[in-house]
Design a protein around this ligand. Structure first.
Ligand code: FAD
Length: 275
C-alpha cells in the first residue's frame, strides 16, 4: 500500500468514527422527543367514553396545600369505569420506558401534591361521579348502606341519605372531600372514636387494579371486600392511591339522629368528647 492510500484510509476511518459519534449523540438527544411524541399520540388515539385534555390542565397541578405544583401531560375525564381501566391498562402496556405515571385526583384537598403527577396522567374522579347515581339500600337488608361513585363528595351523600332518614356512620369533619380521596387516607372526625375511621365503615369496593408489588392487576376491574380479594381491599383502603383506583364504594349507614349535642372538653384533666 502506498503512503498516499494509507493516509486516505486513515482519513476515511476518522470520518466514519466521527459520523458514528454524531449519530449516537443525535439519537441520545432525539430519543426522549420521539418517546414523548409516541406517548402523546398513543394517548390521543384512545377511544374513551369520556375525554382527555392536554391543555388547560393547570387545576391538576394545584392542590389545597399550594406548595407542590407538578404539571401533568394529560388529564382524563372518565365517563365510566371502563375508561379508567383502559387508561391504566394502556399505561401498563407502554412499559416503564415511557416513564408515564397515573394519579387519581378527587377534590384536590391534599396538602403535599399527593394527587399530582409530573408529566403523567391524572384521572379526574369527579367527572365519573356525574354519571353514576347513588343507590340507598335499607329495605330487606340487615344493615343499611349506600353504593356511591368514588368521585362523589361526602356532602352530597349526606343530603341523599338524609332523604331516607339515614346517614353514613363515620365522617370527616369537612365534607367537601371525595369518597376515594378520604378512603385512600383514613377519614377521621368526631364519630371516629365511636365507629372508627371511614375506612372501617366500608363493606365493599370496586377497584381498577394498579401494577405495584403483590397486587399486580394491570387495569382489571375487581370487586373486593373482607371476604373477596381481601388483600386488595386492605391495601387500597388507606393506600394513597398506590394499589389501585377506587371507582365505587359501599358505605355503611345508620339512622340519622334528629338532634346532636356536640361538646368538646379541652381541659387537660378531661379530654372526653361527648356526642
Ligand atoms: C379544609 C380541609 C379539611 C379537611 N378535613 C378533614 C377531616 O375532617 N377529616 C379527615 O380525615 N381529613 C380531612 N382533610 C384531609 C383530607 O381528607 C385529605 O386530604 C383527602 O385526601 C382529601 O380528599 P380529596 O377528595 O380532596 O382527595 P385528593 O386530595 O384529590 O386525593 C388524595 C389522595 O387520594 C388519592 N385518590 C383520590 N381519589 C382516589 C381514588 N378514587 N382511588 C384511589 N386513590 C384516590 C390521590 O391520588 C391522593 O393520593 C381535610 C383537608 C382539608 C384541606
Amino acid at each position: 500500500m502506498t503512503c498516499q492510500s494509507l493516509v486516505l484510509t486513515r482519513k476515511t476511518n476518522v470520518l466514519l468514527v466521527r459520523s458514528f459519534t454524531i449519530l449516537v449523540l443525535i439519537c441520545i438527544v432525539m430519543k426522549p422527543e420521539v418517546c414523548f411524541s409516541s406517548v402523546l399520540s398513543s394517548l390521543k388515539a384512545l377511544h374513551l367514553q369520556g375525554y382527555i385534555t392536554f391543555e388547560n390542565n393547570e387545576f391538576a397541578s394545584r392542590d389545597f396545600g399550594n406548595q407542590i405544583h407538578s404539571h401533568p401531560l394529560a388529564v382524563v375525564h372518565p365517563k365510566s369505569v371502563t375508561d379508567i381501566s383502559e387508561i391504566v391498562t394502556h399505561v401498563w402496556q407502554m412499559g416503564p420506558a415511557s416513564e408515564l405515571t397515573v394519579a387519581a385526583r378527587g377534590h384536590g384537598h391534599s396538602l403535599q401534591g399527593q394527587a399530582q403527577t409530573r408529566g403523567g396522567v391524572i384521572i379526574n374522579m369527579e367527572s365519573l361521579q356525574q354519571d353514576q347515581e347513588m343507590q340507598v339500600y335499607y329495605n330487606g337488608v340487615k344493615f343499611p348502606y349506600v353504593d356511591v361513585s368514588a368521585g362523589e363528595l361526602w356532602i352530597n351523600i349526606l343530603h341523599e341519605t338524609l332523604r331516607y332518614g339515614l346517614a353514613p356512620k363515620s365522617w370527616t369533619d369537612y365534607l367537601h372531600l371525595t369518597v376515594g380521596g378520604t378512603l385512600s387516607n383514613a377519614g377521621i372526625s368526631g364519630q371516629a372514636f365511636r365507629h372508627g375511621p371511614q375506612i372501617s365503615n366500608v363493606h365493599q369496593l370496586e377497584v381498577v387494579t394498579g401494577f405495584i408489588g403483590f397486587i399486580a392487576g394491570k387495569g382489571e376491574v375487581l370487586i373486593c371486600s373482607q371476604e373477596q380479594n381481601a388483600d386488595l381491599f386492605h391495601a387500597v383502603l388507606g393506600g394513597l392511591g398506590q394499589f389501585g383506583i377506587i371507582t365505587k364504594a359501599r358505605i355503611s349507614l345508620e339512622r340519622a339522629p334528629k338532634m346532636v349535642n356536640y361538646k368538646y372538653h379541652k381541659s387537660l384533666k378531661d379530654k372526653s368528647v361527648v356526642l
